[in-house]
Design a protein around this ligand. Structure first.
Ligand code: GTP
Ligand code: MG
Length: 581
């Protein structure tokens, strides 16, 4: 579950060629009439969650979105295709098994197609005419999955004169392209929205993530027929970036549930089960066999590692066909609940996602986060810090978790392992904020806020939306929203925290300097967000080729600027609220 991402804009030349930038061609999904919802989603402005955050249509609950996605994935198949294929003939061939709702192609060491049938029965029909390959000297382990390989009976006949299919992109744009897009933006707000739009998970990538979970569920179902494999983390919380890992957990909670409801009369029937000393040991045993099963029989699952002695035991593997690095855990309901909470925060106001994407990207570009576990800050912690900062604005942009709890009704009540995880699940019950601050101002104030935060004595707490005294001595204390006695950033060292603070101050300083004499967007200097994403302190190169004073001096200078008359208004023309107020 480590943070992952591209090393963004690292070591790019400072001189920007302002060549016209081609916007990426969005891959269209097939079959008109069945994909309207998907196309509408594609048209949404950057910053809206899967439900659409700024339109007036009622927003779907997280659980509704997840169960729709799961059901959709169960009707979907993954097909490895020959490199040159006629799309028309391919669809005609598959339509023999039933109508197709939509499909797309992508490349990942070969050409793949994701095909969603209208009915589940079509998948069974396709499986019934599919054979197990004979591999000559090697032996194939027969396994009837929904991951197929399509062969051409007569390759020359099929491909002659056929254009190759259009492929959907599954990776983030190249640094150079992103850099150009940022430099061509109209203002800093536009830059933040562009960054979000370019890096966020696409509709196709989201489908592929749910399909991958569904394919793993088929393997796990060999042992536990009523299980579910549920994605959590950034794949579903609306903060996922193309290329992020796929966190999933094996949910066994529904097994044996329904018999309890149906119990009547004088008898109660229970399954004979094996007992083990603790939940942890149960998880380790279950993950051990599922890990073996994925390793030996799971088509496309490679590099399976069983990391069973970790605080949260897991099986890590690569799903070759989708290219996802997967982390499988068991019964991780609290993490799923955290994902739902972040999804709600992300959907409440479009500025939330733009700011979170930007801060995550900024942190990655300056090596504050890493794909390797260690003493660095994680993306999850950064997201909580942004939410906390937005709760501290005046008026607040986001409500506290305690407030979301007061809006909950009886059916929202949720206690997991003794922890109260209750909050309102219906987004439509939460009133939008009256705060109209620009993204540019918020970004600048975020850096200032955390550049000056009293980390030595205060804890970050999104439940109450205010700083609290630190209950223990870790350099960075961010209260776990549900397991409130835990610190989600316990791993962060003093030196990593100091690096974060120094970079935050430096970035606030750059944005203040730019305010005074912004480089013209038509010039050849990286400006705004593009300047902030260039490496700086780490290799001694100035962010915007400006000589900057050291961290403590920046802090003092920022304070004097803030108290000076020229900076008494914000970019809305309103007086800026003190972040500490
Ligand atoms: P990426 O870096 O894009 O993968 O972000 P992510 O949010 O998916 O983070 P990660 O893969 O590290 O963790 C997946 C999920 O596990 C998070 O979204 C949280 O819900 C949960 N999680 C991660 N770290 C912690 C932690 O320290 N404490 C708790 N309680 N939950 C955590
Ligand atoms: Mg993750």
């Amino acid at each position: 579950m480590a943070a992952r991402g591209v090393g963004l804009l690292t070591r790019l030349p400072l001189c920007v060629q302002r060549s016209p930038v081609q916007r990426p061609v969005r891959r269209l999904l097939s079959y008109p009439g069945t994909v309207a919802a998907d196309l509408r989603r594609e048209e949404q402005p950057a910053g809206s969650a899967e439900t659409g955050s700024e339109d007036r249509t009622p927003k779907k609950r997280f659980c509704e979105v997840q169960s729709e996605r799961r059901e959709q994935a169960q009707r979907t198949v993954l097909i490895h295709c020959p490199s040159k294929i006629s799309e028309k003939r391919f669809l005609k061939y598959l339509s023999q098994h039933g109508p197709i709702n939509n499909h797309f192609f992508y490349e990942s060491f070969g050409l793949y197609a994701v095909v969603e049938f209208h009915q589940k029965e079509s998948v069974a029909s396709l499986q019934s005419v599919t054979r197990t390959p004979s591999l000559g000297a090697e032996a194939a382990i027969p396994f009837r999955s929904r991951y197929f390989s399509l062969k051409l009976k007569n390759p020359s006949n099929q491909t002659s004169g056929q254009p190759s299919v259009q492929c959907s992109n599954q990776s983030s744009p190249a640094s150079r392209k992103l850099f150009d897009l940022l430099c061509c933006a109209e203002n800093v707000d536009d830059q933040l929205n562009t960054l979000t739009k370019e890096l966020q998970l696409t509709e196709e990538n989201t489908r592929l993530r749910h399909l991958t979970c569904s394919l793993i569920e088929d393997v796990a179902a060999a042992y536990f027929p009523d299980c579910a494999i549920r994605p959590f983390g950034s794949s579903v919380n609306s903060f996922g970036k193309l290329g992020c890992d796929l966190d999933m957990f094996l949910d066994l909670d529904d097994i044996g549930k329904f018999s309890a409801h149906k119990a009547s009369g004088n008898f109660l029937m229970e399954f004979q089960v094996k007992n083990v000393p603790s939940e942890r040991i149960a998880s380790q045993k279950i993950l051990s066999v599922i890990g073996e099963c994925l390793d030996h029989f799971g088509p496309g699952c490679v590099g399976v590692q069983k990391i069973l002695n970790a605080r949260c035991p897991l099986v890590r593997f690569s799903h070759q066909a989708s290219g996802f690095q997967c982390d499988l855990t068991t019964n991780n309901r609290i993490a799923l609940r955290s994902s739902e909470l972040l999804y709600i925060y992300g959907a409440l106001d479009s500025r939330v996602r733009a700011l979170v994407f930007t801060v995550r990207c900024w942190a990655r570009a300056h090596s504050l986060t890493s794909s390797i576990p260690g003493a660095w800050i994680t993306n999850f912690s950064l997201t909580i810090m942004v939410i906390f900062f937005l709760q501290r604005r005046s008026p607040p942009i986001l409500p506290t978790l305690d407030y979301l709890k007061t809006l909950a009704d009886a059916e929202d009540k949720c206690i997991i392992e003794g922890h109260n995880c209750t909050f309102v699940r219906d987004l439509n019950k939460i009133k939008p904020s009256g705060n109209t601050e620009t993204l540019e101002l918020l970004l600048k104030e975020f850096f200032e806020y955390f550049g000056n935060f009293a980390f030595n004595k205060n804890s970050i707490n999104i439940r109450q939306g205010k700083e609290q005294n630190k209950p223990e001595s870790s350099p960075l204390h961010i209260q776990n929203p549900f397991e409130t006695s835990l610190n989600i950033s316990k791993n962060v060292s003093q030196s990593q925290l100091q690096k974060f603070v120094d970079l935050a101050r430096e970035s606030a300083w750059i944005l203040h300097q730019e305010d005074k004499g912004r480089p013209s967007p038509s010039g050849n200097q990286p400006w705004g967000l593009a300047a902030l994403l260039l490496p700086s302190v780490a290799n001694g190169v100035s962010l915007a080729k400006k000589k900057k004073p050291a961290s403590e001096r920046i802090k003092n200078l920022l304070e004097s600027i803030k108290s000076g008359p020229e900076n008494s208004t914000n970019t809305n023309g309103k007086r800026a609220a003190s972040p500490q107020s």
